[in-house]
Write a protein that binds this ligand. Structure first.
Ligand code: ASP
Ligand code: MG
Length: 404
């Protein structure tokens, strides 16, 4: 049995008109003789509204009631889709997480899907039905409703594709696919036809807000091909797949940038074991996400300089934590707002020498100063002054021949 999972995001089902359009897409797939499983998110804005309501009731709203409340948006969207399909003469019904059941594990508001029961849905599919499943929700061993984290309906779709051994999982959204860089920042950005899970993870966590990063990790672990495409424009999207399915010879797949970072430098930190841990422990306790970390080798064997970056909005809190930290000794501390991180990403760099040089040379030619560098197997990031960010993006996009 060929199964295709179709997932619709909040903007795709944001209005009654859009829900009608979505059902046309479902019917089109159904006519291709496939078994279709639909996963839907809540209509856009609904989940945020529900969260707001919980806060108005209490600033200590219980996590288990939060899950019951915020998962209700998906129920509305699913019944509207199923109702429209019925109206058009198709057999369809909505399924909530607990009805299937979709079993989850872990804390309320942030559970993970562990198992999806197939019996009832398989029977319904065999009868020619189109099940419309509520994304984002499940049920735990105590029979309480759970949710799996904001943006979680992507993960719902991927896990359903896994348990049903679906041929394909198509994520319908409000963008045409994954681009070489944010098309809102650079007009010349181009849609990527095929991208590996690893590259997509780098792109996603660096700010290409196409899919929830956890769901890409789920897809990678389970080897599920994902197609991301627009529910509004009929055009091929982006295929997210395993590395070995990439057969072109491009070096760089995409470039991402952040625009609201801050840099902290501790000058003359005592160079002995445990120092870095004492600096970062209080930051992690306070949920401050540290991004790039660079420590220089100590010239005199006693002291070293340590630089790290954080989100600009965490700067004041970080200042306070560093200045009140009695466990660390340093000569002085420097804080700088207005820095940007530009990263080039591509599995092609593993096998291509000279990529680092090309990146640095291209930036140097434009007189862009690099403050911090960090690299991974498939990514090179540089920290630069925020005012150079746009220029750097244009320069690198051109250097690695990514334009339209
Ligand atoms: N409706 C949920 C949210 O807004 C889940 C999702 O959109 O994927 O976070
Ligand atoms: Mg969403």
């Amino acid at each position: 049995m060929k199964i295709v999972v179709l997932k619709f995001g909040g903007t795709s089902v944001g209005t009654i008109e859009k829900i009608k359009r979505v059902t046309d897409i479902i019917i089109e797939h159904k006519k291709k003789k496939n078994k279709i499983i639909v996963v839907s998110s809540a209509m856009s804005g609904v989940t945020n509204d529900l969260i707001k309501k919980s806060k108005q009731i209490s600033n200590n709203f219980s996590d288990s009631e939060y899950d019951v409340l915020v998962s209700s948006g998906e129920q509305v969207a699913c019944s509207l889709i199923a109702g429209r399909l019925n109206h058009k003469g198709f057999k369809s019904r909505s399924w909530l997480g607990w009805q299937i059941p979709i079993f989850t594990k872990g804390p309320h508001t942030n559970s993970r899907i562990q198992k999806v029961n197939k019996n009832k849905l398989l029977r319904f599919l065999k009868e020619g039905g189109i099940p419309i499943i509520a994304g984002f929700q499940g049920v735990n061993m105590s029979e309480r409703v759970t949710t799996i984290g904001r943006g979680g309906s992507d993960s719902s779709a991927i896990m359903i594709a896994k348990f049903f051994k679906a041929q394909r999982c198509i994520i319908y959204t409000d963008v045409e696919g994954v681009f070489t860089t944010d098309p809102n920042k650079l007009k010349k950005a181009k849609k990527i036809k095929v991208i590996s899970y690893e590259e997509m993870l780098e792109m996603a966590s660096l700010g290409a807000k196409v899919m929830q990063p956890v769901s890409i990790q789920d897809a990678r672990l389970n080897r599920i091909d994902i197609e991301v495409k627009s529910s509004f424009i009929k055009k091929p999207g982006t295929l997210i797949t395993k590395r070995t399915n990439l057969y072109n010879n491009r070096i760089i797949t995409g470039i991402s940038s952040t625009h609201n970072d801050a840099k902290v430098t501790l000058v003359g930190v005592k160079d002995r074991p445990g120092v870095a841990a004492s600096i970062f422990k209080p930051l992690s306790i306070n949920f401050i996400n540290v991004d790039m970390v660079v420590q220089n080798i100590s010239a005199n064997g006693k002291e070293t300089d340590l630089t790290f970056t954080i989100k600009a909005e965490d700067l004041n809190k970080t200042k306070k934590i560093i200045q009140e930290n009695k466990r660390i000794n340093f000569k002085k501390v420097l804080f700088q707002k207005g820095v940007s991180k530009i990263s080039i990403i591509g599995v092609g760099m593993i096998t291509t020498p000279g990529v680092t040089f090309r990146m640095f040379q291209a930036l140097a030619n434009k007189k862009i100063n690099i403050q911090v560098i960090s690299t991974s197997e498939i990514k090179i990031s540089v920290l630069i002054n925020k005012k150079d960010a746009k220029k750097a993006l244009i320069t690198l996009h051109k250097e690695f021949k990514l334009q339209k």
